[in-house]
Design a protein around this ligand. Structure first.
Ligand code: PXP
Length: 239
């Protein structure tokens, strides 16, 4: 049965919109855990647009499940990760202009640098996941550089408009999940998944964990965090 890791970045987005000290992402993390989340995800961006370093440290110190830190492959982030010691680091690409992460990390271009990062993190006892597009070449390199897991970028599928486009994008995810699983990589999936698109993953048992943020935080504004997480968990458990 797949797990659910809840990303609380957008609780911080709401706080940073007014530069005040509420709402508190750590409180959202506790509520998500109380509702049954298998892990908490935060993305510490270079531009600090939502999550701040203090959020990462506080969440790490109070949660009982696991902390997954999404970060770019930079020396600044490596220093923070080695200090905070999250359970897992997910390496993601990052550009200043993007609204959110726009695609997977291109391992064809960045293999050497990412490999160094993977080694440094693993030597400190941190598991490493790499966020990649559902593409065979990317999976092969993730395997070659000894990543512990991959996270398949599901954004193109979730954003697809026509049925044809949806089918095409989803079949890439299915192929990628099956190949990565065969290579004994743990397989996670995330980006853009909502209470509707999650249903498409029924029967795709190769996926170990979903990483979902925006749709859950958006629902939590109306229902509260615990209920929003419970609603998503019941869909994930029904897959
Ligand atoms: N996985 C990765 C690697 C991401 O960068 C993000 C967005 O921060 C997510 C999952 C969660 O995406 P969403 O907020 O659209 O659920």
């Amino acid at each position: 049965m797949a797990g659910l890791a809840v990303n609380v970045d957008h609780v911080a987005t709401l706080r940073e919109a007014r530069k005040v000290n509420y709402p508190e992402p750590a409180a959202a993390a506790i509520a998500a855990e109380t509702a049954g989340a298998d892990g908490i995800v935060v993305h510490l961006r270079g531009d600090r647009r939502h999550i701040q370093e203090r959020d990462v440290r506080i969440i790490k110190s109070i949660i009982k499940s696991k902390l997954i830190l999404e970060m770019a492959s930079t020396s600044e982030m490596l220093g923070i990760a080695l200090d905070v010691k999250p359970d897992t680091v997910t390496l993601v690409p990052e550009t200043r202009e993007e609204v959110s992460t726009e695609g997977g990390l291109d391992l064809v271009t960045h293999e050497a640098g990412v490999k160094e990062m993977v080694n440094a993190l693993q030597n400190a006892g941190i598991k490493v996941s790499i966020f990649i597009d559902p593409d065979l070449d990317q999976i092969k390199i993730a395997h070659k550089i000894d990543a512990d897991m991959i996270e398949i970028h599901t954004g193109s599928f979730c954003d697809a408009v026509t049925e044809r486009e949806k089918e095409r994008e989803f079949s890439k995810i299915v192929d990628a999940a099956k190949i990565a699983h065969k290579l004994k990589l743990n397989v996670n999936a995330g980006h853009g998944i909502c209470y509707n698109t999650i249903k498409a993953f029924k029967g795709l048992d190769e996926i170990d964990e979903f990483s979902i943020g925006h749709s859950i935080v958006a629902r939590s504004v109306l229902t509260g965090m615990e209920q929003a997480v419970r609603d998503m968990l019941s869909l994930v458990k029904a897959l």
